[in-house]
Design a protein around this ligand. Sequence first.
Ligand code: ADP
Length: 171
Amino acid sequence: MRTVVCPGSFDPVTLGHLDIIVRASVIFDRVIVAVSRNPIKNPMFSISERVEMLKEVLKPYHNVTIDSFDGLTVSYATEQNAVAIVRGLRVISDFENEFRMALINKNIACHVETLFLMTRAEYSYISSSAVKDVAIFGGPLDRLVPPLVEKKLRKKLSGSFIGGCCDSREV
Ligand code: ADP
């Protein structure tokens, strides 16, 4: 059984993430989507909210499981007996960082490969941070995230200061 780990922040999961995960699930026996508890980042959604959204949108894919992890991705991948870490590649700027991370990971655990799947052209501009920016200013989200995530984003932002400041009474 060939297991791979798709690690990331998924804050929140986008159509670009889903495309990579689903394509990995066709190639490998088991895909673990692993939400990183990275203390450096300041997320919009909690770990449990991110895990719940991933579970819901990936429900139809029976060889995909969702988990969260602390620490090094390679250590987690080793614990899970994964043969590889799967990452998505968008624009050239992704490459430098991903290349560096893949070399560091190979240095720590030479038995874990890093594999890259190229984004689809229509998802190449999508990132979680772009999605949050569009959501904050009330823009359309239907081509960026699944409907459930759009609903969660709207709900999360409905009581926020930025949502409220559009009201002229607040200015
Ligand atoms: P991280 O903070 O670890 O980069 P992200 O949630 O931003 O976590 O991304 C997780 C993975 O998904 C990364 O490999 C990233 O390159 C990939 N990814 C993100 N957005 C897209 C997209 N639109 N198309 C393809 N891959 C993507």
